[in-house]
Design a protein around this ligand. Structure first.
Ligand code: PDD
Length: 286
């Protein structure tokens, strides 16, 4: 039996029910996080939990637990579900109230849910790389908030899937922003470049780890907007996210990147990223 966290209590998944007037269900009025679990341990938990609090704060939801309490509860959930390799999905909504766009005027308790999923590492794709398409970024202007409202992202991802691709690389006019569920990087003359962390992208936790390992290992790294032309002429392209880690992109809209193989700098960063996981969570199985 699998267990779910609902408002501070860990209960059987089948008993975890949320009201039809929950504002998350009706408006997407809430925020979420996805945290990786390796060897039964949370990876970069503090970073994910602080982003969770920040996202909630920016839409005026106050989480009725400290991040320490949240972390302890998530650890209990991992243990209850005997999760070794996977993810924790966690979301908070403004709560249940009669449907009205404006926030409820009476005090409502936010609905907090978390559950685990068994998710393998996409190891084969780490070696082969993945394909992507390009699509105009049609999302709102607060992509820094990890909002439950993901329609723009879903439409982009679906386009990619229908084209037989792994990811959709979004752009606003000439400027590349990010993937539908990942951050995007180019490598040129050995230097890594990715969009600066502002309102147009989600500040990835994986991106922060990549940034740290690059600066610790003398790999030049710049957070700066780059163009579709830069993407087209890049030596290497890769993407990053909690579930995809560091993933080489070897083809974009039918055009090969680095002759269709993962590049040297990308492979080095993959290796350094794995070392970082192992530092926090212990040795990974081959
Ligand atoms: N997505 N940008 C977007 C739009 C994302 O949805 C994600 C993550 C990222 C990478 O963030 P991080 O490195 O913190 O995972 C960037 C998660 C995994 C998801 O929605 O499933």
């Amino acid at each position: 039996m699998k267990f779910t966290l609902l408002n501070g209590e860990i209960i059987p998944r089948s008993e975890a029910k949320v009201d039809v007037e929950d504002r998350g269900y009706q408006f997407g009025d809430g925020v979420y996080e996805v945290i990786r679990v390796y060897n039964g341990k949370l990876f970069t938990a503090n970073e994910h939990l602080s982003r969770f609090v920040k996202s909630a704060d920016s839409i005026g939801i106050s989480i009725p637990y400290t991040t320490e309490q949240l972390k302890e509860t998530l650890e209990k959930l991992i243990e209850k579900n005997k999760l070794q390799l996977g993810t924790i999905y966690m979301q908070i909504t403004r709560g249940t109230a009669p449907r009205n766009h404006a926030f409820p005027t009476v005090k409502v308790t936010p609905t907090l849910v978390a559950y685990t999923n068994e998710v393998r590492r996409p190891e084969e794709s780490f070696h082969t790389g993945v394909k992507a398409i390009l699509t105009e970024d049609i999302r709102w202007l607060r992509c820094d908030i990890k909002s439950l409202n993901l329609l723009g992202n879903l439409l982009a991802k679906q386009k990619a899937v229908e084209a037989g691709c792994y990811e959709a690389i979004q752009h606003r006019g000439q400027d590349v922003t990010e993937g539908s569920s990942s951050n995007i990087y180019i490598v040129k003359n050995g230097a890594v470049m990715t969009h600066e962390s502002n309102h147009l992208i989600l500040k990835g936790i994986t991106k922060d780890v990549i940034l740290d390992v690059c600066s610790d290992n003398d790999i030049p790294f710049e957070e700066k907007t780059f163009s579709l032309d830069d993407l087209e002429t890049a030596d290497e392209v890769f993407l990053s996210s909690t579930t995809s880690e560091v993933m080489p992109v070897i083809e974009i809209s039918g055009n090969k990147v680095n002759n269709g193989t993962p590049g040297e700098v990308t492979r080095k960063i993959q290796e350094l990223f794995q070392q970082e996981i192992e530092k926090q969570c212990g040795k990974l199985a081959d």
